[in-house]
Design a protein. Structure first.
Length: 338
């Protein structure tokens, strides 16, 4: 009987020790005294700028001592520009009791917040052009709940000024956009409001899915002198199609960030998305460490835009970049990458 009781006590002690080492819905303590975390990263589409955001996000966390494989477990999913899948992804993250969800691009951020607020999971977003229009922040930048992050708001007037410098005789600029992306709608309005100051008219055409892109591109290219891209995820995912059709008509396509210039856009006044992601990662680290709540931080933006140009594309189009742009360029590319 004594042996039986002793066995029960030993079993209970072992269970307690095991329970002390197991994780919970909150961050767990490691043997070295550090906290460990599990986060979900949901990316709306597969393209270079959003990939750079994710890379920068993890760099920002690492710089704050939260390192994947050491004290950080990362669950990553890509919805391939499908809003329904985006919702499924964040629902799955929530079911695994993650400590935080990172939503990359507006549709993913919106889905993450919709699910996260029901289970009290903080959300950090990046690559959301207009958090106010997306109803993730108030007009003064104050978060609507436990959600904050960084905006990739386009430098519209700087882009128009650049286009005018490169194409002094152009009159019409085409913009393709996804009708369901609120960021695209607000940015087009900004373009239309500023275009006349630079002697341009904006011609826009809306799409619903990537399947609409080929016909929309054909129609748009018949009406414009050039095209400028937004950070519209559905359109960017189909950018090679647009570039191919534009090249056949010798019509320049301007990008909205560095990755688009690498793959064949002529030029861009754009942002560095790794830097944007890094800035986001530092915000996430503050939330994970309990230094700040997401609701206590207004969304942030990168103020500086830089000139990126592709000299190979310029050569193919018979265009010479003005010296005023090349002398201040952050980077010039001399080939088209795939």
């Amino acid at each position: 009987m004594k042996n039986y009781v002793k066995a029960l006590i030993l079993t209970a002690m072992a269970s307690c020790l095991l329970a002390g080492c197991s994780g919970s819905s909150d961050s767990a303590s490691q043997g070295d005294g550090k906290e460990s975390y599990t986060i979900g990263i949901g990316q709306f589409a597969a393209h270079g700028s959003l990939d750079n955001c994710r890379e920068g996000f993890l760099l920002g966390l690492a710089e704050e001592g939260i390192v994947e494989g050491e004290n950080l477990t990362v669950l990553y999913e890509n919805s391939q520009a499908d809003g329904g899948i985006a919702s499924q992804i964040v629902t799955n993250f929530a079911s695994q009791n993650v400590d935080l969800i990172c939503g990359i691009a507006t549709p993913m951020a919106q889905s993450a917040y919709g699910i996260g607020k029901k289970q009290n999971i903080p959300v950090i977003y990046t690559a959301v052009t207009d958090p106010v229009a997306a109803e993730l922040a108030g007009a003064d930048g104050t978060p609507v709940g436990e959600i904050t992050g960084t905006s990739d708001k386009l430098p519209v007037t700087q882009q128009l000024e650049m286009i005018r410098a490169i194409l002094p005789h152009a009159k019409t600029i085409g913009i393709m956009f996804t009708t369901s992306e609120v960021n695209s709608l607000s940015t087009i309005e900004e373009y239309k409001a500023a275009a006349s100051d630079y002697g341009f008219e904006i011609v826009d055409t809306g799409i619903s899915t990537t399947a609409d892109v080929p016909l929309a591109a054909d129609s748009l290219l018949e009406k414009v002198d050039c095209i400028t891209n937004l950070t519209d995820n559905t359109v960017v995912a189909s950018l090679p199609v647009i570039l191919d059709k534009a090249a056949k008509k010798n019509i320049p396509v301007f990008g909205s960030e560095i990755e688009q210039v690498k793959i064949g856009c002529l030029a861009s006044m754009g942002l560095d998305y790794i830097d944007l992601g890094r800035q986001t990662g530092k915000m996430a680290a503050a939330v994970l460490k309990g230094e700040k709540k997401a609701s206590e931080m207004k969304f942030e933006i990168i103020e500086e835009a830089s000139f990126y140009g592709n000299t190979k594309v310029a050569e193919n189009l018979g265009i010479t970049f003005p010296e005023e742009l090349t002398s201040s360029a952050k980077e010039l590319f001399h080939e088209i990458t795939q």
